[in-house]
Design a protein around this ligand. Structure first.
Ligand code: 3PG
Length: 216
């Protein structure tokens, strides 16, 4: 049985998704009533790729709501088990992100025709992902796992792997990551601070999104 078609923007590949804007917004939505305004404020500032973490009870509803926002490319983050994949596909997500590399999750994503950005933080994990045909990975948690020095060290043995560093990135250190040749894009929650979301300060989020989208 075919699953419901997502109403959001569907792109062909992870490569295409990662090239849409320099920064992927990592969003944990606690109140679905804020979801559309949040997505619109980010898209208005040029941040189109939105990763909604599965860390709140409203996450699937938020994916559904945000998928209806024009020009938003909505994905699901914090996928930690294969059983979550069909749920996020049915909610309208067009890509997935996992904090680590799991062959079972990758298998389920491929079965569903769903691009996955898996997380890695060691050479062993990169080799395992590579053995499964992956060449774009999330470097997580970027700052805690060695930051730019670690990414530089990965360049010689893994010249074919491109990274999306996420975890501990800010408005200030993101441009340095984006300047690295093996970084395809970066991720961060800093574009939508919880305080601004709580205050409904959408203008502030658009301002931060403009900064993020001007980095490249
Ligand atoms: C993630 O889930 O990718 C990270 O928790 C986001 O990290 P940040 O909040 O430090 O940007």
């Amino acid at each position: 049985m075919a699953s419901a078609k997502p109403s959001g923007t569907r792109l062909r590949s992870l490569d295409e998704i990662c090239r849409q804007c320099p920064v992927i917004a990592v969003l944990t939505v606690h109140d679905v009533r804020t979801a559309q305004a949040l997505a619109k404020s980010l898209v208005a500032g040029g941040v189109r790729v939105l990763e909604i973490t599965l860390r709140s009870t409203d996450a699937l509803d938020a994916i559904r709501a945000m998928s209806g926002v024009e020009n938003a490319i909505v994905g699901a983050g914090t996928i930690v088990s294969a059983g979550q994949v069909q749920d996020v596909v049915d909610a309208g997500a067009v890509f997935g992100v996992s904090p680590g590399f799991s062959p079972a999750i990758l298998h389920e994503c491929r079965r569903a025709g769903f691009p996955l950005l898996p997380g890695v933080s060691t050479a062993t994990e990169i080799m395992s992902a590579r053995d499964h045909g992956i060449d774009i990975v999330k470097f997580f948690p970027a700052e805690a796992a060695g930051g730019r020095a670690m990414l530089r060290s990965f360049l010689a043995p893994f010249p074919d792997i491109r990274f999306c560093p996420t975890g501990g990135l800010t408005e200030h250190n993101t441009p340095d990551y984006l300047g690295m040749s093996n970084v395809i894009c970066a991720g961060g929650s800093w574009v939508a601070p919880a305080s601004a979301v709580g205050d409904g300060d959408w203008a502030e989020i658009t301002r931060l999104a403009r900064i993020a989208s001007s980095f490249r």
